[in-house]
Design a protein around this ligand. Structure first.
Ligand code: SF4
Length: 374
């Protein structure tokens, strides 16, 4: 039995010397929990992404039709709703009265979201609705015009390795195909970061109208973190950020569209615009777990010999597929949606996000319904 301390030193102990005490401690813990007056519930938290209990907790939430399965709902909103006697997604969807402590706009948003999820669960058909003109330049209207040089960017990082985490994969899809920069230690991370920034700057010089599309805040935040960590490419990253080069498709979608999924992750969103995948694709949390597995098997930052190289190769290939697929998933969204921007009226804007008639899709998509405001 090994005990690894905070300073990474290891201490070894005999299991037999401690196993009886461990059993006793476990029994006491179970007794305390059984007698606890605290009402606990597996509300979603960030750690769920990598938790080994996540399937069990998901099943429990779904079986209870718990409010936490409503996409985008906050914990304080769940508390307010429960105080108002609304405890399930179904009850929220069919409610009509104001709820103390939740503003009218926020209540309309979660009620509408719950309505779509209940509708999909009842009919077996996915559904979506449009938020009609939430505000000028917001939602789908925030999408820039497409350009031939547009790039689609996805990063993978592991917050648990080294001191402060490691950005181990920079994936970029564009007119020249997909390219990946890997890093398994701090020095390689710097090289990957520099090469990535230089590559984007070159593409930007060739096409002044291009944009770099990403999904959620991780990518621009990571670039800012890396320029500070390595003290390099500050001017370039600053120009990219100030020049409005990055377009967050997650923000565009959250402000402009509602979908009948419990999450707005790319994995959920892609059901609406592409055929079902046959290959396995990891989400962000699973990619971290896979990378950790690779590291502990002698992958990142160490490991010698054929066995270690083989394990590292397998894990990296899996993560590589995940990164590539995520990049590709983003790719068709923006151009198709942008193509509809010229059409007047909110409904037509979404058409570009959806498959054309005759597309081979699993599961029907119902809609659109138009919601006012957000
Ligand atoms: S999945 Fe894990 S972290 Fe999330 S609620 Fe369940 S036990 Fe807690």
């Amino acid at each position: 039995m090994r005990l690894i301390l905070g300073d990474h030193t290891e201490n070894f102990f005999q299991v037999d010397d401690f196993v009886s005490y461990a059993r006793l401690a476990l029994r006491r813990l179970e007794e305390v929990l059984a007698a606890s007056p605290v009402d606990t519930y597996p509300d979603r938290v960030t750690h769920c992404q990598i938790c080994r209990w996540r399937d069990v907790c998901e099943e429990k939430r779904r079986a209870d039709d718990h409010l936490s399965i409503v996409a985008g709902i906050r914990r304080d909103q769940i508390r307010r709703l429960k105080q108002a006697g609304i405890a399930t997604t179904q009850a929220l969807a069919s409610s009509t009265e104001p709820v103390e402590g939740i503003g009218e706009t926020a209540l309309e948003r979660i009620r509408s979201q719950a309505g779509l999820q209940v509708q999909a669960a009842t009919t077996g058909e996915r559904a979506y609705s449009l938020v009609d003109e939430p505000a000028p330049g917001v939602g789908l209207a925030a999408l820039p015009a497409p350009s031939r040089g547009d790039l689609f960017f996805d990063m993978e990082g592991d917050p648990y390795v080294l001191d402060g985490g490691l950005e181990y994969l920079f994936g970029l899809a564009g007119p020249d195909g997909y390219r990946a920069w890997w890093a398994h230690d701090r020095a390689a991370e710097k090289v990957a970061f520099e090469e990535f920034v230089d590559h984007v700057m070159e593409r930007w010089q060739e096409d002044a109208d291009l944009h770099v599309y990403h999904y959620a805040r991780y990518e621009p935040d990571a670039l800012k973190r890396l320029m500070g960590r390595h003290g390099t490419r500050e001017d370039e990253v600053d120009r990219m950020l100030r020049g409005g080069l990055f377009v967050d498709l997650y923000r565009v979608l959250r402000q402009g569209v509602r979908i009948s999924e419990e999450s707005y992750s790319l994995k959920s969103v892609e059901h609406f615009y592409r055929p079902e995948r046959t290959e396995s694709v990891l989400d962000a949390g699973s990619s971290i777990v896979e990378y950790e597995r690779c590291s502990s098997a002698g992958g990142a930052g160490g490991g010698r010999g054929r066995g270690a190289r083989s394990r590292r190769g397998t894990a990296h290939r899996t993560a590589r597929v995940a990164g590539r697929q995520k990049c590709r998933r983003e790719r068709p969204m923006a151009p198709r949606a942008v193509a509809q921007l010229a059409s007047p009226g909110g409904q037509s804007r979404l058409v570009g996000l959806l498959p054309a008639p005759g597309d081979d899709r699993r599961g029907a998509v119902r809609g659109p319904r138009v919601d006012r405001g957000t």
